[in-house]
Ligand binder design. Sequence first.
Ligand code: FAD
Length: 423
Amino acid sequence: MNIPKTKKQRIIVIGGGFAGVSFIKKLRNENLQIVLFDRHNYHTFQPLLYQVSTAGLEPDSIAYPLRKIFRKNLDFHFRLAEVEHINTEENTIYTSIGSLTYDYLIIATGTRTNYFGNDSIAENSMPMKTVPQALNIRSLMLQNIEKADITTDEKERKRLLNFVIAGAGPTGVELAGALAEFRKGILEFDYPDIDEKEMNVHLIEGQDRVLPPMSKQVSKKAQKFLEKLGVELHLETFISSYDGKTVTTKDGKTFETATFIWAAGVTGALIKGIDGKALIEKANRYKVDEFNKVEGFENIYALGDIALMETKDFPKGHPQVAQPAIQQGKNLGDNFKKMLNGKNMKPFKYNDKGTMATVGRNKAVVDIGKLHFGGAIAWFLWMFVHLWFLVGFRNRVVTFFNWTYSYINYDKAARLIIRPFKK
Ligand SMILES: Cc1cc2nc3c(=O)[nH]c(=O)nc-3n(C[C@H](O)[C@H](O)[C@H](O)COP(=O)(O)OP(=O)(O)OC[C@H]3O[C@@H](n4cnc5c(N)ncnc54)[C@H](O)[C@@H]3O)c2cc1C
């Protein structure tokens, strides 16, 4: 794979997500060779994927070339490849483009969609973990509305205009809100032959409230916001199957739909070769100590969503959201610098900056410590935080412009079927 031979220590990083990027940024000018592997040549800002799915943002605004992020790093090499296997005895990784040895290995592979072993859902639902998947949802949604516009079969028209989302965590809630706004702001004007009331957005959740990871106060607020937007909520409802036409729940309810989006769970994106004590099977995450070192290994670290660090405050590990990933990446980068200078490493301490979710225009909810609030102020805060953390100045400007334009015009400019979705 054409990586220069070196006498320096070689660090291999798998995954250019929040954790991997934060880690490498810290080691810009160090006397190390760093090789980053990712199956995409860009970093994905996953919190805004739902806006790509619902035609609110172009995909380019939420992705950023990994090579560009690190163009000023010394002795840095990016390789576009899937890492398939780790041989911990030979300190070697095996990838879709060849193998490479490491002195240190950093695993920051995040998560993948969890279908909980349900084959019918895995085969027929639409996941939303990557930019191509978000674009698939955008195309399918628009294709189905186009089909509904021309069909004379009432039953089929209803199925095409029924949108069902599984999981009322932040992703499901944000998607449902954005789809309901699409109905309100776009459908009426772009599709004069479809009555707004014909399009339905169903949000199905197994627990007894929306946004289960957040406080009860904001959960109630978010529910009110969703109901105001006309989203049909089905709480304490478990989905048992989806055959491509009908979603069936465990209590026997059925939803005819041509668009079923699965936002009900993730599981660790493990790589073959590390198991035993290092693996917490129930969570599919690598067990790490307070320095993010994987249990049982001296030169392997795991960061972000894939790492499970048991602490007093977080006995089941940190939440699988962006902040722990960013903070762990930064802390480990600083620790590598300390190590190179013969200093002691600093244990990781999570600084919880709060959680937020948006439900639609002027509607968001925020938990920050003992503060729990929702409404327009929360929405502006949500926008500011997301713009701040987007990678790249251009992306921030384009996103800000798009949001301002949409706010003024009630518009979603990216409603284009560029690459039709085919099963
Ligand atoms: C739809 C959605 C919405 C979200 N919304 C929010 C939000 O609002 N707020 C929030 O804080 N968090 C949110 N999250 C969670 C947040 O995105 C994750 O917690 C965060 O991305 C974790 O960072 P990470 O670096 O551990 O992994 P990731 O950012 O997932 O990065 C992992 C990287 O590893 C690469 N990779 C994986 N396996 C391999 C392999 N075998 N070979 C090569 N490359 C590989 C992937 O391509 C990816 O680039 C959301 C997640 C999703 C999916």
